[in-house]
Design a binder for this molecule. Structure first.
Ligand code: GLP
Length: 251
């Protein structure tokens, strides 16, 4: 069995509430100390309910995001930020437009750079995370092939923010968002495995029956590049939340 603590919840909403409560407690604690909270954020269907709950906490319970600094995991390349398929659009639509994170404190990989500017951009992205004090909390979903962020199978333990090639499985799963597999970008800019593992706290959420097979592998395989999510075994403060559907075939 894995060394990664995992929690099985009744449903996705329960996970969203539990994880949002943890993030809110962290933000409140740091606000009370006059310090910033550095969040690593994820996209995909999985965190939508969690973002909805964070928005509710802001609106109804006054959760103050003014000291929050965010770094998103990834962005397609090439990708215009105002395209509805971009992770820029996703994050503003689901979270940033509804809470008070100052725009200057939001960081998302730039999918609209010229190719020769990418390496410098990625190095600067890593540097900004360091300058912010490192990631306090990293939220992750998981791809059906075990990717975290866009760290596809084969990604090294010591990988950093970089341009990556997307897997066939990933592009197939994104086909619906782009109106066909051929229209899915072939590359992305993603934080690396090492970038993620340096976060002081990591929470991975897997919900729905489509994630059951990969979660079984993640929880029963040794840490290796074959299934990048297994690298969470090397972290001492990571938790995986699964709903009963994603847990269905776990034994
Ligand atoms: C994309 C993102 C990942 C995300 C994964 C799963 O590939 N880059 O960060 O975890 O999709 O998405 P979903 O939550 O929609 O299943």
């Amino acid at each position: 069995m894995t060394h990664i603590p995992f929690v099985v919840a009744e449903n996705a909403q329960e996970i969203a509430q539990t994880v949002a409560a943890e993030i809110a407690a962290l933000i409140r604690e740091r606000n009370a100390e006059g310090r910033s909270t550095v969040l690593g954020l994820a996209t995909g269907n999985t965190p939508i309910l969690l973002y909805r709950e964070l928005v509710r906490l802001h609106r109804e319970e006054g959760l103050d995001f003014s000291r929050v600094i965010t770094f998103n995991l990834d962005e397609y390349y090439p990708m215009q930020p105002d395209s509805s398929q971009s992770y820029h659009y996703f994050m503003h639509h689901h979270l940033f437009d509804h809470v008070n994170v100052p725009a200057s404190q939001i960081h998302i990989p730039d999918g609209f750079l010229s190719r020769d500017a990418i390496a410098d951009f990625c190095a600067a992205y890593e540097q900004k995370i360091q300058q912010a004090g490192g990631l306090d909390f990293q939220l992750l979903g998981i791809g059906e092939n075990g990717h975290i962020g866009f760290n596809e199978p084969g990604s090294a333990r010591d990988s950093r923010t970089r341009l990556v090639r997307l897997d066939a499985t990933t592009r197939r799963n994104a086909a619906g968002d782009f109106g066909g597999e051929d229209l899915v970008p072939r590359e992305a800019i993603s934080m690396g495995v090492a970038t993620i593992l340096e976060a002081r706290r990591i929470v991975l959420i897997a919900t729905g029956s489509k994630k059951a097979t990969i979660m079984q592998k993640v929880l029963h395989s040794a840490a290796s590049s074959d299934i990048p999510a297994t690298f969470l075994q090397l972290h001492e403060n990571a938790t995986i939340y699964v709903d009963t559907a994603a847990h269905a075939s776990l034994v």
